[in-house]
Ligand binder design. Structure first.
Ligand SMILES: Cc1cc2nc3c(=O)[nH]c(=O)nc-3n(C[C@H](O)[C@H](O)[C@H](O)COP(=O)(O)OP(=O)(O)OC[C@H]3O[C@@H](n4cnc5c(N)ncnc54)[C@H](O)[C@@H]3O)c2cc1C
Length: 191
């Protein structure tokens, strides 16, 4: 794995954290509103001695040059400790037939360690060793570049070390919308 920066910030941008600012928006209200924002679904993974997988939809590209992406992970999640310790992560962008994998890696009753991948087809990423799930539409491998604590989550920014697509170029994406899984067909070209 490539060397990564030790720079894990815990502060915010120049404006500073909005500490002391009271908001009337409850967690339930925010969940309900954000559920109207349709997203894809990914499985974040860490390999090696911290091997672990977690379903996520708080995932986005950040920068093209250098290429970076982000994922937001709850402080309470095992994945939080895995990324912090492993200093990198893999991302499998799920196809619409992979809802069972999304449910599996979001199940709080699943076993930990390598056993959580029993019966799951995957290969270790060449840059990070992170498990990359077979059948995914695309994959990324990232070195941990920065972490920004915000409330009960940390936004992890990853420098993209490798990225690729699966062989099914026409496959539909797995969608998460309104608290439900669905299928996102390929539409018309946007430009
Ligand atoms: C569509 C979708 C999108 C989601 N998006 C996100 C997202 O963007 N970000 C996010 O953070 N979550 C997200 N989640 C929720 C997340 O997938 C689940 O909360 C998931 O279970 C968290 O995974 P985890 O293994 O890292 O942590 P946990 O579920 O907390 O832990 C997994 C297992 O480890 C056990 N365990 C925990 N701590 C210990 C310990 N110290 N010793 C031994 N065993 C322990 C637990 O009992 C459990 O069996 C999403 C879920 C769904 C369905």
């Amino acid at each position: 794995m490539n060397p990564v920066s030790d720079r894990i910030s815990t502060g915010s941008v120049a404006a500073g954290p909005a500490t002391g600012l009271r908001t009337p928006v409850s967690a339930e209200a925010l969940r309900e509103v954000m559920a109207q924002f349709a997203t894809g679904v990914v499985v974040i993974t860490v390999g090696g001695e911290h091997i672990h997988a977690m379903t996520a939809n708080a995932f986005s590209s950040v920068s093209l040059d250098p290429p970076t992406v982000l994922c937001s992970v709850a402080h309470s999640a095992v994945m939080h400790r895995a990324i912090t310790a492993g200093r990198g992560f893999g991302v499998s962008i799920l196809a619409d037939g992979q809802e069972p994998l999304a449910r599996r890696f979001a199940d709080k009753k699943r076993t930990l360690g390598r056993a959580q991948f029993d019966g799951v087809d995957w290969r270790p990423g060449e840059h990070t060793g992170a498990p990359l799930l077979s059948g995914a539409l695309a994959w990324l491998e990232c070195a941990l570049d920065a972490g920004l604590d915000s409330g009960d989550h940390t936004v992890f920014v990853g420098r993209v070390l490798g990225a690729g697509r699966g062989t099914d170029r026409d496959g539909h994406g797995l969608l998460f919308f309104g608290g439900r899984f669905g299928s996102a067909p390929r539409g018309a070209v946007a430009h």
